[in-house]
Ligand binder design. Sequence first.
Ligand code: FES
Ligand code: FES
Length: 147
Amino acid sequence: MPSYRLNVNGVDRTVNVSAADMPLLWVLRDVLNLTGTKYGCGIEQCKACTVMMDGQPEKSCVVDISSAAGKRVITIEGLSSDRSHPAQQAWIEHQVPQCGYCQSGMLMGVACAMKAGHHGKEIVSELGGNLCVCGTYQRIKTAVASL
Ligand code: FES
Ligand code: FES
């Protein structure tokens, strides 16, 4: 059984998986029990599965564990321990989520943009591709514009 090392939310982890092409999303959810990252489409179309990998947004449904080995991965569970990340605070202040399913992917995408030094309306103009079947887009734009 292949074994891979990667850092997840600041902790070095070794994972044993059945195949080298197992998606990182599966590893996060089924092996490491980090279920905050969601499965939406599995084909790079919805961004529900977005995580931060070495500071960049990545769709974990299409990143093989063999490609994630040695990388630093941040999931929604690692964004903050107490919802204190500015994006989380903005989400709370503007009451963004409805069902919540898409929101971890949304937040991780915004967190990556912030990490790249972007702010407010700059991030709004970069948003795109994250699907929300509940239609929270306007509240997302309002929350992001405040960052
Ligand atoms: S589940 Fe990864 S892009 Fe939709
Ligand atoms: S809040 Fe329900 S899918 Fe976005």
